[in-house]
Write a protein that binds this ligand. Structure first.
Ligand code: RB5
Length: 150
């Protein structure tokens, strides 16, 4: 199950991506927003991040105007590694090397067809582990230290 969310700036973008995921038979849960009415991206960044961090959803997709604000909010939830991507190479490597668990895209930055390609790439790429796992563990250690969990 993929958690999905956006602010108002990316509402239609999210609807288009949902239709794409439907056509591919990919299951998702939409955490809002649910209209084009102005809202605040941290709300949805946190909701999707909570769903992923708790294990309720395996991974997340977040959209706002740039992908930046909503990924910053998601990254405040312990255990989240949210990345903004504008190209397929970064999307693939964010999974293979960084074990990114949320992909953020900017609806005002990437066209919808490129977004679909980036999402396909990201969803199909797997974490390689090995030396990369050591580095991801180092990121988690930084997080634990600053959250007072170590
Ligand atoms: C909303 O206007 C815009 O600031 C938001 O969608 C996002 O781009 C923030 O990072």
């Amino acid at each position: 199950m993929i958690a999905i969310g956006s602010d108002h700036a990316a509402f239609q973008f999210k609807e288009d991506i949902k239709a794409y995921l439907d056509a591919k038979g990919i299951k998702y849960q939409d955490f809002g927003c649910f209209s084009k009415d102005r809202t605040d991206y941290p709300i949805y960044g946190e909701k999707v991040a909570n769903a992923v961090a708790s294990g309720e959803c395996e991974r997340g997709l977040l959209f706002c105007g740039t992908g930046v604000g909503i990924s910053l909010a998601a990254n405040k939830v312990p255990g989240i590694r949210a990345v903004v991507c504008t190209d397929c190479y970064s999307a693939a490597l964010s999974r293979r090397h960084n074990d990114a668990n949320i992909l953020a895209l900017g609806a005002r930055v990437v066209g919808i067809d490129l977004a679909k390609m980036i999402i396909d790439t990201w969803l199909n790429a797997e974490f390689e582990g090995g030396r990369h796992a050591d580095r991801v563990a180092m990121i988690s250690a930084i997080e634990a230290k600053h959250c007072g969990n170590s």
